[in-house]
Design a binder for this molecule. Structure first.
Ligand SMILES: CC(C)(COP(=O)(O)OP(=O)(O)OC[C@H]1O[C@@H](n2cnc3c(N)ncnc32)[C@H](O)[C@@H]1OP(=O)(O)O)[C@@H](O)C(=O)NCCC(=O)NCCS
Length: 168
């Protein structure tokens, strides 16, 4: 996996001031994008965390990707992940996912769960690299494309016992 230079990038929690940048990436990433109301709900929900990866250029910081997660009862649900199309294949999703998993693990989460479209090849490759395993399939779950949803799980204790070899 590509490694990011930590002098040029930082990961931080989303604030309302980041909304426009996030919505722009969201709209260019999904056939049924989340809207402002959904992101507002995430920002107001104490169980939800939206982390942004920002590129630092002098005084300027630009959002290049984000990940949303819920940490509830020792389980983490990853509800959203997207990277600006012009910044993909540089290790940004890898850095965000690793950060989110580490954050969840420190909050005593035992496993991470997510849902992916069966034909979303880039995302499935990414999750494969982290050793997410399929635990369920929901046929024809996405009505816009008739795709199935795959439910994937990663056991965090196992993942972090091997983390020296996996850290991006
Ligand atoms: C999926 C997504 C988040 C990946 O972001 P990214 O920053 O480009 O991913 P990374 O650079 O960290 O790539 C990590 C690995 O993912 C896989 N991957 C990423 N993009 C890929 C592509 N277009 N084709 C095949 N594999 C891909 C590769 O295995 C890659 O490792 P490698 O570069 O060493 O081969 C990005 O393509 C995206 O935002 N897609 C639209 C939104 C989306 O589908 N989100 C996931 C919802 S479940």
């Amino acid at each position: 996996m590509a490694a990011l230079d930590s002098n040029c990038f930082q990961i931080e929690l989303m604030g309302f001031e980041d909304m426009e940048e996030v919505l722009k990436i969201e709209r260019s990433s999904f056939p049924a994008p989340w809207n402002r109301k959904i992101f507002t709900g995430e920002l107001e929900n104490p169980q939800s965390y939206v982390f942004l990866l920002k590129k630092i250029m002098g005084e300027e910081k630009t959002v290049q990707g984000y990940i949303c997660l819920w940490v509830v009862n020792n389980e983490t649900y990853i509800s959203n992940l997207a990277v600006d199309p012009s910044c993909q294949r540089q290790g940004i999703a890898t850095a965000l996912l690793y950060f989110a998993l580490e954050y969840s693990f420190k909050k005593k989460s035992k496993r991470a769960i997510l849902e992916v479209r069966e034909h979303n090849y880039p995302a499935r490759c990414l999750y494969d690299k982290f050793d997410f395993r399929q635990i369920e399939i929901r046929p024809n779950y996405y009505k816009d494309t008739d795709e199935s949803a795959l439910i994937l799980k990663l056991e965090l204790t196992m993942f972090f016992s091997l983390s020296t070899t996996k850290k991006p």
